[in-house]
Design a binder for this molecule. Structure first.
Ligand SMILES: Cc1cc2nc3c(=O)[nH]c(=O)nc-3n(C[C@H](O)[C@H](O)[C@H](O)COP(=O)(O)OP(=O)(O)OC[C@H]3O[C@@H](n4cnc5c(N)ncnc54)[C@H](O)[C@@H]3O)c2cc1C
Length: 406
């Protein structure tokens, strides 16, 4: 095996994400809608291997990645978000697994985290956090111990059995393409992926403020928005707040809007101040962002380009830290020609709906994004969203498309 990496392993989103790790119980309503009951359960059960898999990796390689298994909490921060939380709980109940999403209200919710903004929550045991840069460095070390890794070797051409970089070419029976958002510019996947930006802010260490709001259990929290806020604590007592509301891309172009968009960083900070007023005195010390590879149904997909041995995995849609572990298992099987329960998952076998071509995708996606964001802002402020915003936000439902980071 040879790894070709355009920059340095970990400079991509894997080294700078929010560090939420989970499988698929928190996607149960969407999985059910897309894959039916049997398919949804197969994916959620496969996802149950993710956290133990990462835990085993860390133990085996003595990697200290700040893995904290504190579960995941979805909170509603406006009346319009209640349905998202209730939907998680209802889906788990319908599937006969009520412990996978437990409704928390009043004191039970405040025991996890106290905020005057939170109305209700769904607690999911399937959730953990890591320090992503530590994890990615440990992964890099583990790969270097068993295979050549060529960094600063951007692949420019992919053919069956051969890939080229500016500095040379590699022949290989099987080629695996796992380039995240960059895959949106690769012809075989270009109609199935679009790119959004996701941004985070990080506070100074504030362990005493976390004590005051009772947020000491390490829960990974996200809200009921479509362009969601995601927030967590770190082992050194900081709070990370992310916003999945970054700019939408054009084709596969990965420009500076995905790393230098001050407006989305500011939205993440506004989310911090609004959602957690108890942290008003916490100074923000860092802010950064990156691109996410969003598929048309917000679920990842894996496969092989027809008639070739070129395998691909993409579409993690902003939720790839844990799922890329599962993706690695699937891609290894595809390359080795293994046919088993993982390669038969709907993540591999389904037809991924195509996205509209450019420039329609960017224009339509941009309109819908702006409309949904305007609605979500208004709903949080207790205002009725304007008619144009409501009309724009309704488009994806009418066209049966998914937009947002949820
Ligand atoms: C700010 C932010 C916060 C996020 N938070 C979370 C979170 O909390 N939880 C979660 O689950 N997900 C989160 N995500 C998404 C998550 O980071 C990704 O889904 C995940 O890291 C994808 O892993 P990957 O290995 O597919 O991609 P990457 O880590 O991006 O790796 C792909 C690699 O391919 C390389 N590459 C690209 N093109 C080429 C080429 N032509 N030749 C050679 N190499 C190439 C890149 O340099 C890169 O190193 C977040 C993303 C961002 C940006």
């Amino acid at each position: 095996m040879i790894v070709l990496e355009a920059e340095e392993c970990g400079l991509g989103p894997s080294g700078r994400n929010g560090g939420f790790v989970h499988g698929y119980w928190s996607h149960l309503p969407r999985l059910h809608e897309r894959f039916g009951e049997k398919g949804a359960l197969a994916v959620t059960r496969a996802g149950d291997r993710i956290i133990p898999g990462i835990r085993d990796f860390c133990e085996h390689h003595e990697a200290e990645v700040w893995l904290r298994e504190g579960g995941m909490l979805r909170v509603s921060a406006a009346p319009a978000q209640d349905a998202a939380v209730e939907g998680e709980v209802e889906a788990a109940r319908e599937f006969g697994v009520p412990d996978e999403a437990v409704l928390l209200e009043g004191e039970a919710l405040a025991e996890r985290i106290r905020s005057p903004r939170f109305r209700k929550g769904a607690f999911m045991r399937d959730g953990a956090t890591v320090q992503p840069a530590r994890l990615v460095r440990a992964l890099r070390r583990a790969v270097l111990a068993c295979a050549p890794v060529h960094e600063h070797s951007r692949v420019t051409t992919i053919d069956d059995g051969r890939v080229e970089t500016a500095r040379g070419r590699v022949r290989a029976r099987d080629v695996v393409v796992a380039t995240n958002a960059a895959a949106a510019g690769w012809k075989p996947l270009s109609r199935r992926l679009t790119v959004f930006g996701s941004y985070v802010v990080l506070t100074e260490p504030v362990p005493e403020l976390l004590e005051q709001i009772g947020w000491t259990g390490g829960e990974a929290v996200f809200d009921g928005r479509m362009f969601l806020h995601y927030f967590r604590t770190t082992n050194d007592g900081r709070v990370l707040m992310g916003s999945g509301s970054g700019p939408i891309g054009y084709g596969g172009r990965l420009d500076s809007r995905f790393t230098k968009d001050a407006a989305t960083g500011a939205r993440a900070e506004r989310g911090l101040r609004r959602l957690l007023p108890g942290l008003a005195d916490a100074r923000v010390t860092h802010s950064w962002g990156g691109p996410i590879d969003v598929s048309s149904d917000h679920l990842p997909f894996f496969g092989t380009v027809p008639g070739t041995r070129i395998h691909y995995g993409a579409g993690y849609s902003g939720h790839g830290v844990g799922p890329s572990w599962l993706g690695g298992q699937i891609l290894a099987r595809l390359a080795q020609g293994v046919d088993d329960e993982l390669t038969r998952l709907p993540l591999v076998t389904r037809r991924v709906p195509k996205l509209p071509p450019e420039p329609l995708r960017r224009l339509g996606g941009g309109l819908v994004r702006a409309s949904i964001m305007a609605c979500e802002e208004a709903e949080e402020e207790g205002r009725r969203p304007s008619l144009p915003a409501r009309a724009g936000a309704a488009l994806p439902r009418l066209l049966r498309m998914s937009v947002g980071t949820r």
